[in-house]
Design a protein around this ligand. Structure first.
Ligand code: TXA
Ligand code: MG
Length: 317
């Protein structure tokens, strides 16, 4: 693989990125959630290259990204529930798991052989323009080595994957900063598979009903494994009085904290800063150092923040 190209988010840059995708290459694409590692979802070799570049287990299915709602029906069946959610929240930080069509032409590696497929229409302008320029379905997991911290800047992408991918598009920092919320909409009952950048409360308000938990054992995926988003140091949670030498990451008033998710205790700001803070704390603490996070309330985006922090803190497998 040659050096990873750094592409501007203008028309020539996006045309170059689309040409790389058409040729079966890999491009890191900025979305409003995190940077995705994009490949043509119909090209087996290109999709296999995603798994190789990330060191990702092949049993973990990928999200398919599209520009337009009209493209979904060629790939999957939209239930009435899925229609409601798509109309309310797409484009945006929501992924819907839907029944896969037999004639979708998607690489079976994308779905890991499942009979369902995860689909998202991202809201970020650069992602939408790239998807429109490419014109087809794009498979994209987060653009980080498997198990490590998700990337929310092009520098994070390059730190993990430089030399392993063809290009990264410079979209600056991601606005939401947490991966999409994943909802199983294959049936009548919405099931929350992953907390993310769209708060569960917003989904429940739009549907007028609570989300059900995931059925056990549906998918075994690294993003759902106990240890994920892992820095090299040890992560401790709910720390209000750090030990000497700790890199303390505050939320709200935390005098003396090295870093903060949000001085004012704002969850939207904290979500956007979470992976920046994990990358920065990782660099400051180094291998074997201690990273201590102040408590974050378990409401709204706080649920997704705490989900990622618990996985970052979990014992390594
Ligand atoms: O915000 C995001 O979702 C980002 C951006 C790039 O779109 N992508 C992302 O992808 O976070 P990744 O691969 O890191 O996480 C995808 C998750 C995994 O937990 C996977 O198990 C789940 O989606 N998934 C994919 N297909 C599925 C399916 N058919 N059923 C259940 N879960 C599925
Ligand atoms: Mg990921």
């Amino acid at each position: 693989m040659p050096n990873t190209a750094f592409l501007a988010p203008d028309l020539p840059g996006l045309k170059a990125a689309a040409a790389i995708l058409r040729g079966g290459g890999l491009v890191a694409m900025p979305t409003e959630t995190v940077y995705g590692l994009a490949a043509d979802a119909r090209n087996d070799r290109a999709v296999a290259a995603i798994f190789d570049a990330k060191g990702r287990p092949r049993f973990n299915p990928l999200i398919v990204h599209l520009a337009e709602l009209s493209q979904v029906e060629a790939l999957a069946t939209l239930t009435p529930l899925a229609w409601r959610l798509a109309q309310a929240f797409w484009p945006g930080p929501l992924t819907l798991v839907l029944a896969l069509r037999d004639d979708s032409l998607l690489s079976p590696l994308v779905t890991a052989g499942l009979s369902s497929v995860a689909i998202r229409l991202p809201a970020a302008d650069i992602a939408r323009r790239l998807l429109t320029e490419f014109g087809g379905p794009v498979a994209a997991p987060s653009a980080n080595p498997s198990g490590r911290i998700s990337p929310v800047t092009p520098a994070h992408v390059l730190a993990g994957l430089a030399g392993r991918i063809d290009a990264v598009i410079d979209g600056g920092p991601c606005a939401v900063g947490l991966e999409s919320t994943i909802v199983d909409a294959t049936g009548d009952a919405p099931r929350l598979l992953r907390a993310g950048g769209l708060p569960a409360e917003a989904l429940e308000a739009a549907l007028g009903r609570p989300l059900l938990p995931a059925l056990h054992g549906t998918v075994t995926a690294p993003g759902q494994l106990a240890s994920h988003y892992a820095p090299r140091g040890r992560v401790h949670l709910n720390v209000t009085a750090p030990d000497p030498g700790d890199i303390w990451v505050g939320f709200g008033r935390c005098p003396g904290a090295e870093l903060t998710l949000s001085d004012s205790g704002d969850l939207t700001e904290a979500a956007a800063r979470l992976f920046h803070a994990l990358h920065e704390a990782d660099a400051l603490a180094g291998p074997g150092g201690r990273i201590a996070f102040a408590p974050v309330p378990e409401i709204g985006l706080g649920r997704a923040i705490n989900d990622r922090l618990r996985r970052a803190a979990a014992p390594r497998g």
